[in-house]
Unconditional design. Sequence first.
Lengths: 433, 145, 423
Amino acid sequence: MRSEHEIINETKFPKSRCTYAVTGFGILTPCGLGLDSILNAAADFDKGNGIERHKILNFNAGTLLSDRKVMKVVAHRDVLGLAAFETCLKNSGINKENIVPERTGMFVGAAPSSILDNVNYNEAVDTLDIENGIVDEERFGEVFASAAPTTLLNGLPNNVLCYGSKTIDARGPNSNYTAMETSSHLAVYGAVRSIKRGRNDCVIAGGYSSHLDQVFLGFLERRGLGPRMVQNSQAPGEDRDFNGTDPAEGSAFMAIESPEHAKKRGANVLCQLVDVQIGNNVCGPFDSEAIEKNTSIEVLSALIVSTLTRNNLSFDQLGLISLSSSGIESIDRLEQRAIVSLALGSKVDISEIPNISISRLMGNLMEASGIVEIALMHHCYQKGSVPVACLIPWPNSSSVDRQTIKSDRRYGLIVRTSMSGEHSCVLVDFNRG
Amino acid sequence: MSTTFEKIQEIVSEALYCDIEQVKRDANLMNDLGAESIDFLDIVFRLEKTFAIKLPKGDIETKARGDLAEGEFEVHGVLQEKGLARLKSMMPEVPEDRFKAGLKVKEIASLFTVATFERMVLERLNQATGVLQTPSSEAFTPATV
Amino acid sequence: MKNHLLTDRRRVVITGVGAVTPIGNSMAETWNGIIESRKNVRPISIFDASKFSCNFAYQVEDYQLELRQNVPTGQLPFMNRAARLGWNAADEALVQANIFKDSSINLSRMATCIGVGMGAADLNWYAKIYRQDKLDQDGDLQYYPKHFPSTLAPILSAKIGCTGGNFTVHTACASSGQAIGEAFEMIACGDADIILTGGADSMINAFQVAGFCLLGALSSRKSDPETASRPFDRDREGFVLGEGACMFIFEEYEHAVRRGAKILGEVCGYGVTESAYRITDLHPEGRGTIEAMQMALDDAGIESHQVGYINAHGTSTQLNDRIESLAISKVFPSSKGKTLVSSTKSMTGHLISAAGALEFGIALMSVKNQVVPPSVNLFNIDPNCNIELAPSTATDLTFDYAMSNSIGFGGSNTSVIVRRYIP
């Protein structure tokens, strides 16, 4: 077995070549539509007021979707995804007229279909006799013969890709991934790779999630992964002793363009993606105990180091860091350990770099979280500081963690680990000068 | 109590997410109301459920084909003169200029107007009840609604 | 369309392949089945399908579900039918490429990229969950994600010990064509050196067969299931479900040569588009499908007439075969007599999200063995399908490039080109 040091110091990753312009966000969370709603909620939270968590209330999809007909075919999670997608279009100014259809595409981190989403299945199963746990299959066939013809489509994991692409006539390379909390970063990775390869010059990438049904929550509970769900959906405050995550529904997309494309259409560049890398642990899916015991800190550390070094950057150029901070102790500890030890090795005082997270505020946005974090960082850079509600303390931090971003540190680093075993590492340049 | 046509209007507007005012008798499903293939399946499903009737797939084609000899109805999927004439007489609600030469069997759905569904539903209901109804505004409340 | 693709990419070769299909328990067996025009279609025995408008499918045999290597006990309950098939196909490919024993492989530069289906819910399990009666919570609920499509890639990565990323790609029937294309792309642009890629799927369960029946997508030729899947035939009337998996080891060329791996073929072009049209309909003029094929040709840097064989998506639905033929005839205008087309779904059924992988595997075997698979169940060629269909028996042909197409619900189109490898 090679030492951690050896692996980390290998420069085995080819160097990234260019940056990619981020020109818009579309965000829908329990706090509301748009990033401002999150910041308002954060301010409320800081004042000690309760805020909405987990569920998106008062949401009128009809006002956000240009093609309302999709609502009869797709599931609730897809509607959330499409609403954020269309919001992203408005925010970035991307429309049918200023793109080349064959060179525009969506890259999506999709939520797997929830078994309880499909009303048609449920209605059919409701009518069946179940004896000793065995369903009368013959009867099922009879009942189902008169179910709605679009029943199957409700469960398609690429509904958002399909209808979103149709909305702006995006006919270029595209993809659709599922990888729990890292899904949207996989989408960003796919987008960047495709631009780099010369296939796309404009991409809308993001993810969406709605894992609030009792089956998924029951599963998390059985696996020791969560949930610390407070049923009345008001902010529960911090329960530091609780081990487990707290799913929230949400969706987020961002517009990524080649710098030339953004310039040509006169887009407002909000920040620039420098690099995205994907890795994984070898623990198998949904095994938090294995993550605890496993040596996967090496994998994660190597991923972070190579993301920095192949872009000729060092730790002391980071102004903000965002980790999963989802409440699953094994994952949170692993990520913090990796970062803290790398900072130590680089002789950087970690408490100088605010560690921000969205999940403390509203729960774990799962497939959508990777994009919301980039948007939150963008905002923090504009203001130069981080709302307290989004600040996660570093372990054993001697002083109060810093809330303001050091002005000479223009890069933000986002690290995520999913419960199914993927790691992602995204590096963003927030220089506005 | 709503008329059969009003019911159909409601169903079509729900299935296509369009305003009920748009669902006029002469509105073409595809061209005017933007229906695609799953919408046809969906509308037929809703009609069958609402009126407790069966609208078999390809019914119009089967009936139009009738006793025509092979090659008289269609050749290589393209409707022939006799086939077109049959369809035209069976679908009086569709404007004549829509039955263009070269029309394919697969394009029959593109002829459908809201009135086509109304006619089909009424035909089925008449068969079921034996009561003659015209597609005007006679009140009818289906047994299942 | 102008070719914008960067040309300074790395070469990608195939050093392992494995398949578990209704006609074979390995890629070799499956290929033999293809050239012998074998079919394994029969009444569905996995559940009671007697009341369905389609009650037959291309099923694998029970022994094909027995796992070839031990899966850790904590992961085993996450494996559904598709994952088991995928695991077995992956094992064959991994062994062939000597991944387990070759210590020279840097596992941090190896990834998995798998095309998967919608996930499959067993009716009894679902009913229990939904009704919440008699739910053995530890047994059932603890492994709920068994019904997610995304558990296979992490399980395979854990088995191999590779850490370069688990990619689970889902674009319906184009899933594994897309997974393969992305694996190619990742190696080509330097993000990985070696990738286990492919697809696994089984939708032969009560919910999903019911769902397809409701859409009217399946053939209801109950009187003669053997001839129900008849791509490009005049009287086709829907597809027939199949199940199975096909996996590959893709590797950077120098990497493969350096470690002495046997090279089976070269992946040389990938095209991917969205039709941006409708969820279940193809664009009437083949938009999207045309551009995907053209993009793959541009990527490979070849002219259309250089492609000797196209394994079409050819599902045996009226719409797909007609539109795909139209698209092929537009991209291959001067290829009459030069490029043969067939769809092997008449022999394997439609493996849905694993179809792209299996058919790419068949394209690979075709160009490697210089044999074009036969057109089976083609009784009367649909005059609307104006393409050069392969003869009814396997045919010898000298050619260098084969293409595999996939077209999915939701408008995804992929084309991948494999090149004959001559050492």
